[in-house]
Design a protein around this ligand. Structure first.
Ligand SMILES: [Zn+2]
Length: 350
């Protein structure tokens, strides 16, 4: 097994700091699975019914941050009837990355939470008069990263935002947000793409084994792009070749394989193994595996000889995901998981 870095030839896949800290509004304007969301917001704007606080919710890795940037650009554009026009002064300021009426907050690098000071700064900035005499926009991405002090500090602004203020909260898991925050926002569920949409879009971004990668990230295309950026493009093929070697029945050095697994993308390899077992349980139960069905909702399986090994593999991979976050001997964890994997493969062949 060997994993090599292979970058997609994509502008949006660039890993420069700008892309990391500020999602590209052009993605939000173009991703096909957000078409109806864009249309409904534009209709709300025409009817002058854009809410003052919008909670954009949906699974991670589908482009919600980019969508929020598009909403900000669209709301700040000075030509409502053809916004975002791209030519007005507001659009130019946004393109240059320094629109004075737009503020964004996120956790500091390496942190999981947004500090309460950052929220207070945002609240203070939004309370000031608009520089361009129009809207002011604040983006909190991800809002799940607000701690309770930050959420409490934010409540009054959500309740009584200043004239023309638009707050955009981006959330992967809204159950992590206090009910007091949720109830003060209009919620908008952003859908993820179908598998066909995701694959089609990714193929325009560059050449990579997208199908296998999408499988590892719950069909989230931006997360699949990030895997390629991090050098994990060949991981599905690596795991497949281990599977094929076991299937052929010859000698396989599981200790060496475990060493690679725990050193290179261990969590992803566990996800691959869990997905592999889940697909086989579905097949054994005669149920078509759908990308949208979560591995947590396993069907009652038919009693095939290897079904118990498959369930054992799923249990073991899930336990290993937890163990790897702590201080454990990762080599031993993988040796155990791969031994069960080998049992699954060989019992299904025999
Ligand atoms: Zn404009």
């Amino acid at each position: 097994m060997a994993t090599k870095k292979r970058a997609a030839s994509s502008q949006s896949a660039q890993s420069d700091a700008e892309t990391v800290t500020r999602p590209d509004w052009r993605l939000g304007a173009s991703l096909p699975w957000f078409l109806s969301a864009r249309q409904s917001l534009m209709a709300a704007e025409r009817a002058q019914r854009l809410p003052h606080a919008l909670l954009l919710k949906g699974p991670p890795g589908i482009g919600k941050g980019a969508f929020a940037e598009w909403v900000a650009r669209f709301a700040l554009c000075e030509y409502a009837e053809r916004s975002p026009c791209g030519v007005c002064h507001s659009c130019q300021l946004h393109a240059a990355g320094n629109h004075p009426d737009l503020r964004r907050i996120a956790p500091p690098p390496g942190k999981n939470q947004i500090p309460v000071d950052a929220i207070r700064q945002l609240i203070g900035d939004l309370a000031l008069k608009s520089y361009r005499g129009a809207r002011k926009v604040g983006i909190v991405d991800p809002a799940d990263a607000l701690n309770s002090a930050g959420a409490n500090a934010f409540l009054k602004t959500l309740e009584e935002p200043g004239q023309g203020t638009l707050l955009l909260l981006v959330a992967h898991r809204i159950d992590r947000l206090p009910a007091t925050i949720r109830s003060r926002c209009q919620q908008m569920a952003l859908p993820g793409p179908t598998t066909a949409q995701a694959t089609q879009w990714l193929e325009t971004q560059g050449d990579a084994p997208w199908s296998g990668l999408l499988n590892l990230v719950n069909n989230a295309p931006l997360a699949a792009l990030a895997l390629v950026e991090s050098g994990a493009a060949d991981l599905p093929a690596d795991m497949e070749s281990l599977y094929q070697a076991l299937r052929r029945g010859g000698p396989v050095d599981l200790i060496a394989a475990a060493e690679i697994c725990h050193k290179e993308f261990p969590q992803l390899r566990l996800t691959w193994l869990e997905s592999w077992a889940t697909h086989r349980i579905y097949a054994a139960a005669g149920v078509a595996m759908d990308q949208d069905i979560k591995a947590f909702d396993l069907p009652v399986a038919a009693s095939t000889p290897h079904i118990e090994s498959l369930f054992a593999l799923i249990d073991q991979t899930r336990a290993a995901m937890g163990h790897l976050r702590g201080s454990v001997n990762a080599q031993m964890v993988f040796e155990g998981v791969l031994a069960t994997f080998a049992r699954c493969v060989r019992s299904s062949v025999s």
